[in-house]
Structures are given as C-alpha cells and as structure tokens.
Design a protein around this ligand. Structure first.
Ligand code: HAM
Length: 420
C-alpha cells in the first residue's frame, strides 16, 4: 500500500499541539471583544480576478504565488492568499459600506501562497486579522495598531518592534514614484528581473525586493517621507502622536512599503527581534481607495493580519506557556460485568452534567485502566466494581494528591459538580 504524504509547505496541527492554537485564538477573540470587532467568515476561494485587482498584478502574490484553478464550469478561481480582498468584496456585496457607522470585523483562517517553504513560511498558513472601515481619522490608525499591540502583549510576547511608515496617497505618491524611477534607472542592469519589469509599473515594489543587490540599492533610495504632501504629513504625525499617548513604542522605517498594491498612507509591521528571515509577525496598513475600487462607496479602511505560525514560534522562543492541554475531569475505571454494563449510562449522566469523562472501552485490567487515567492526566479517577454498584458506592481518587474516598453512587454527580 502507498503511504500518502502531506503536500509540500503544509502541515498538520496534531492533537498534542492544537491546544496552543486554541489558546492564542481565544486571546485574539478576547481582544476583538475589547475593541468591539465582530467576526466575519468568508469562503477560502474567490474569483481570481478579485485578488488580481486588489492585491495587484505586480505583487509577488498575484504574479507568482496564487493557487489559481478553474472549476468544472470554467470559472477562474483562486484559493485566497490573504483576507482583506475577500472582506472588502463581502462589505460591498452585502451593502455594509452604505451604513453610516464604521464596520469593524476580524477573521481567522487558512490562506494559501505558493512560495518556497521555510521556517515560518508555508503554502497553507493561518492568519488572524482585522479590518476597520469608515474613518480617515489617524486615531483609527492608532487604534488598529493598538489592537495588534494589545494582542501581542496579551499572549505574552516581549521581543518585538513596531515599525511604521507612510507611503502617501495618490496626490504625493506619483512624485515619489518618479523619484524612485530616477534613482533606480541608472542601476537597471544590476537589478533582478522582477525589479527590471516592475520599475515602470510599480517602482515602490523595488523597495521590498528580497534580492541582495536590489536591497543594497533600496536602503539608499529616496525616502517617501520627504515626498509626503501636507495632508499625509499631518496624518502621519497624528498617528505617531496617538501612539505615543498610548505608550506604544515605534520605529519609523521608510522602507516599509508592504508587498500589496492597495495600501496608502500608514503602513506598519510588527517585527520579531529573535526570529530569523521570516520575522514579520503582523503586517498592515491603510487602504483608503480599495472599497471604491472594488465597486463600493468611497469608504476608507485600515487593517492588519498576522500569521499564527510565526506567533507560535515566537512564543516558543520566549518560553511562553500556552495554558493547559485539554484533559478530562474524570476517568471511570470499572471492574466486573455489572459495573461494565452500568458504565455507559453513568458516563452519559456525567457528560449531561458538564463533567468531562473518559474510560477504557476495551476494559483492560484495573492496573491498565489506572495507567490510562494517568497518561491522559485526568483530575480524578472513579473506581466502580460490581460490589460497589450493588451497595450504592463508588471510589473517588484525586490524582494530584492521591487522596481516596468512598462516596454514595447516588451522590457522585452532586459531589463532582462541586469540584468542577
Ligand atoms: P501580508 O503582509 O501579506 O499582509 O501578511 C500578513 C502576515 O501573514 C505576515 O506578516 C505573516 O505573519 C503572515 N504570512 C504571510 N505569508 C505567510 C506564509 N507564506 N507563511 C506563514 N505566514 C505568512 C496581508 O495579508 C494583508 N491582508 C494584511 C492587511 C489586512 N492589511 C490590511 N488589512
């Protein structure tokens, strides 16, 4: 028989690891509640055109990394490489962009990018993210960044930096693009093929090229911050002011342009200072023109997304606890035919009363059953033999202290409910 292998760049979240995921997901939901964001769930595939038009056709994502396919009716679809485009599509399709109040949503789920897998980079990875629509106010930028910062602090991370930049808007971005073209053009032959191709269409892409030579030019390139118009400058200053007021430390990094086309003005990244190459924990920014570009009203927006994998790697590197692994309250050990027969109805009663219960379906020896109870870390073991059953008794053992007590079987549920 052939053993099947998991596709390259994917992984299983095994039962021994899943509690870590649940732990961070729960914290993310808690923070969403604190900031009054509600969950949105969109499909994991959309029309490919949605991403081509929003993420942009000169982005690595669209040019190289999309899982694009046609279905049986020839529709061209793509596994979502990110969440923002889908959320904007849903906002417009469900007329949420027409509401007077801001829309504040969060999401979690798998995203797909065909990239070279390495530590912290996968072909199917899991993002958490938020999108905040309806306000151009720089306070909203600061709130969005504060949400991300609160989340990282709540999971316990310490070794990270917040880097921010402004990439301007359509009024000032063109002059900057021209400055970049003028700067890079004399070095054209030394640049990688991608940069040579992108220089005319989207020169900002050259600033986040991963190629070593291109990078060495990028660090000396003109800074967007010198090209910001008055409005963008004030906006960026206000964002900084609000962050300072909230005691959120930041570094200004003019090289942050983000790898996606929809951004304008504020762009930010949370960088882990320990992780290797894939060290961006969270990336985000403003995308004021996107809703309109996708057929909606002219509603501004800002958001961020982070990868759960990198978050977990960072937490592990900082030896942060993920809470307790799931374990049952009780393990029921039975001995004798009558007790065995009685077990299913007793277990059903426990569960109906909220007592998480486990047992050994194949009724091994009492020693083997006790071993199983130990292995799965049950809080208590209940031992029921035929004699006990006949006398309305059951034995309760506290697995932590070793203490044992005989209790009336008819009272066991009330007794256990006191404990859990
Ligand atoms: P992004 O920078 O492409 O932005 O991705 C955000 C985060 O997702 C990254 O910082 C990283 O933590 C994680 N990530 C991306 N690709 C991979 C991968 N192949 N493997 C593991 N983790 C990965 C966006 O996706 C935007 N939609 C963020 C956003 C929301 N901007 C505004 N709203």
């Amino acid at each position: 028989m052939t053993k099947h292998k998991i596709p390259r760049g994917t992984y299983d979240i095994l039962p021994t690891e899943s509690y870590k995921w649940q732990y961070v997901q729960n914290i993310f939901r808690e923070v969403a509640k604190l900031y009054n964001f509600k969950e949105i769930v969109t499909p994991i595939f959309e029309t490919s055109a949605l991403f081509e038009r929003s993420v942009g056709d000169t982005s690595d994502i669209v040019e190289k990394e999309m899982y694009k396919f046609s279905d049986k009716k020839g529709r061209i679809l793509a596994l979502r490489p990110e969440g923002t485009a889908s959320v904007v599509r849903s906002l417009v399709e469900n007329n949420l962009d027409l509401q007077p109040n801001s829309s504040k949503v969060y999401y979690m789920g798998p995203m797909f990018r065909y990239d070279r897998p390495q530590k912290g980079r996968y072909r199917q990875f899991y993002q958490y993210g938020i999108e905040y629509f309806g306000s151009e106010n720089p306070l909203v930028d600061a709130q969005t960044i504060a949400f991300a910062d609160t989340f990282l602090k709540k999971v316990g991370l310490k070794n990270y930096n917040l880097e921010i930049n402004s990439i301007g808007n359509s009024n000032c971005s063109d002059d900057y693009d021209q400055a970049l073209v003028n700067y890079f053009k004399p070095h054209l032959n030394e640049l990688c093929n991608d940069c040579q191709r992108r220089i005319e269409k989207n020169p900002k892409r050259l600033l986040d090229c991963k190629n070593k030579t291109c990078k060495s030019f990028a660090v000396k390139a003109p800074s967007m911050l010198e090209y910001l118009d008055e409005e963008c400058k004030i906006h960026f200053e206000k964002v900084q002011e609000y962050l300072t007021k909230m005691n959120i430390d930041f570094i200004i990094n003019p090289l942050i342009v983000r790898g996606i086309d929809y951004y304008s003005q504020t762009a930010f990244e949370f960088i882990d200072t320990n992780l290797g190459a894939q060290n961006t924990l969270i990336g985000g920014g403003r995308y004021d023109g996107l809703v309109k570009q996708m057929g909606g009203r002219d509603v501004p927006g800002i958001g961020f997304a982070g990868g759960f994998e990198r978050l977990l790697l960072s937490m592990e590197a900082e030896s942060i606890s993920f809470g307790e692994e799931q374990k049952p309250n009780i393990f029921l050990v039975t001995l004798g035919e009558n007790a065995d027969e009685f077990a299913p109805s007793l277990l059903a009663k426990f569960r109906a009363n909220g007592i998480a219960s486990e047992f050994d379906p194949d009724k091994h020896s009492i020693k083997a059953q006790m071993k199983s109870a130990n292995r799965i870390n049950a809080d208590y073991v209940l031992i029921l033999g035929d004699d006990e059953l006949a006398n309305d008794k059951i034995n309760l053992k506290n697995m932590e202290t070793g203490e044992q007590a005989e209790i009336a079987l008819s009272e066991i549920i009330a007794k256990l409910k006191e404990k859990f």
